[in-house]
Design a protein. Structure first.
Lengths: 166, 106, 260
């Protein structure tokens, strides 16, 4: 027996067939903007290693439990769908605390950090990332017992054909 | 104007794992692009995302410039009780946006 | 002698068969650009909750209902609920405009409504508001077949569009047909060449990291073949839009589509 689920958003209607919505805006007062950064060259393998060590603080990283879902050949490096799934029962005593995603050849090695907990039910996050070149994407996850596990995937990135003038 | 969309089931059974999808309108300017005259376009990104369920944080994320424009997240949580699931995005240049959705849990 | 003639005839017909180029897109079942994308990109288009184009569609809905100009009228004041009144409209644009004596595209139709009925300023091409409105209207035709009138009034413009599609131009001396009729399915700089059917405009293009119109895409192509690009709203661009939509007749609208 299938329960009828109407997925809804901020104003109860989402699918435009049923009538769309306009989501609201809440803006806080402006904070000071960060300094402009110079365009950097692609990050080195050392920079990636250092970024990972900031998270793991010298603890060993085991290979396993972490699976990355990425296209093998991306349509466009500007928006590459990524899903990270970690094998974990996600109980209050055995769960994934955080997932950190890194690249080797982007200007910066860090992509994102996700913080979960037993309330997640599943250790699974999806997003879309930017990839500057053909490279390996790595995810390191931290478990509730303090251990680190990692997985990676190789991705081929080609650029779109025709460059434009606006 | 639409600034963000949260998508999750309107209702769920207690203990059921539900998927939450959150999409925000934002250019996520990396800080590495240059104008045709060579000037760097300054970084302007969403840096943080926090999701709460009746006020309790259930998921959060830190974004770096490698997160694609119009950032998308899909994650899950256990439906525990009826109430409000709220998502807050914050970022450079004082960017801040909150959206909430009600959920009924039987 | 007879055996030789027979063999020659066989060779000749084999050579002829091998020499047949990839069929023109018009004569084989047309395939949407959707089919040339990776599985993961298609999944973005298929899920309204993940498709960034949805943000523009929602903006368009807000604009549809917003009173504007000295008239103080919203689109909805005359046209009511777009889900009913605008259903199928985008699927038959560009459309012949009697007052102008030529076809106009959806952007131009929206702007004539704005100036003539709302006494409001026209929206700039590729402005967020105009893209939002065309995305919202396009969405009301999602799933419906494209149908462009082919009659005495549109025929000269269809012919002009067809000529533009088949004309070699630019430093690379390429026509649209060279890539999109004769080499679709093959790769250009690693990316598959689609058949160039405008089924999902305005599209969320990953390359643009935003939504853009068919004319923006056409201008990109012209720049890509190192030809003189045309200004937004140029009659030649509208003629080309008209021809491309006619060429895609029967295909389903996918707006807001996602494309690489």
């Amino acid at each position: 027996m299938k329960t009828d689920r109407k997925r809804r958003t901020a104003r109860r209607e989402f699918l435009l067939a049923a009538g769309g919505i306009a989501a609201g805006i809440a803006l806080d007062s402006a904070a000071a903007p960060p300094p402009a950064r110079a365009a950097a060259s692609l990050a080195s393998a050392e920079a990636t290693q250092r970024a990972m060590e900031k998270i793991t603080r010298g603890k060993p990283v085991n290979k396993g439990k972490v699976r990355l879902e990425l296209p093998e050949l991306v349509d466009n490096g500007n928006a590459v769908p990524l899903a990270v799934r970690v094998e974990s029962p996600m109980t209050p005593t055995d769960y994934v605390k955080a997932i950190h995603v890194f690249t080797q050849k982007n200007p910066l090695p860090e992509v994102a950090s996700f913080r979960l907990g037993p309330r997640a039910g599943r250790a699974s996050v999806a997003t879309r990332i930017r990839l500057a070149d053909t490279q390996t994407v790595t995810a390191i996850c931290e478990l509730s017992d303090g251990s680190f596990w990692s997985g990676s995937a190789d991705v081929v990135v080609t650029i779109a054909a025709c460059l434009e003038e606006l | 104007m639409a600034r963000a969309i949260i998508n999750l089931p309107a209702s769920a059974k207690r203990g059921e794992i539900i998927e939450i999808k959150a999409l925000a309108a934002h250019e996520m300017e990396t800080g590495f692009r240059r104008t045709q005259y060579g000037a760097v376009i300054p970084r302007d990104i969403i840096t943080s995302f926090v999701c709460t369920y009746n006020g309790v944080e259930i998921f959060s994320a830190d974004f770096h410039p490698a997160i694609a424009a119009n950032p998308y997240l899909a994650f899950s949580t256990i439906a525990t009780e009826s109430g409000t699931i709220a998502c807050k995005w914050t970022g450079d240049n004082g960017y801040s946006l909150t959206e909430s959705v009600a959920i009924s849990v039987a | 002698m007879r055996a030789n003639a027979g063999a020659a005839a066989l060779c000749f017909s084999l050579l002829a068969a091998l020499a047949i180029p990839a069929c023109a897109a018009e004569t084989v079942p047309p395939r949407s650009g959707y089919e040339f994308m990776g599985r993961e990109t298609r999944a973005i288009q298929d899920d309204d909750a993940a498709n960034p184009g949805t943000l523009w569609v929602l903006d368009g809905e807000a604009l549809w209902n917003r009173k504007t100009g000295p008239s103080g009228r919203a689109c909805s004041d005359c046209h009511g609920d777009a889900r009913a009144s605008m259903k199928g409209v985008a699927a038959r644009y560009p459309s012949f405009d009697k007052a102008r004596g030529r076809p106009v595209n959806l952007e131009q139709r929206i702007n004539s409504c704005r100036t003539e009925q709302q006494q409001a300023k026209p929206l700039a091409y590729e402005s967020k508001d105009l893209l939002a409105l065309t995305a919202y209207l396009g969405r009301q035709s999602r799933g419906l077949p494209i149908g462009i009138a082919d009659d005495a009034s549109t025929r000269p413009f269809l012919e002009a569009g067809r000529k533009a599609f088949n004309r070699r131009q630019g430093q690379l001396n390429l026509s649209c047909a060279d890539c999109h009729d004769r080499h679709w399915g093959r790769r250009l700089a690693g990316n598959p060449i689609p058949q160039a059917h405008p089924t999902g405009y305005p599209i969320y293009r990953l390359e643009w990291q935003g939504v853009g119109s068919l004319q923006r895409r056409l201008r990109n192509c012209l720049t890509g073949i190192r030809a003189q690009t045309l200004n937004y709203g140029d009659p030649e661009l509208v003629d080309l839009e008209l021809f491309l939509m006619w060429r895609a007749r029967g295909m389903k609208i996918e707006t807001p589509a996602v494309r690489p």
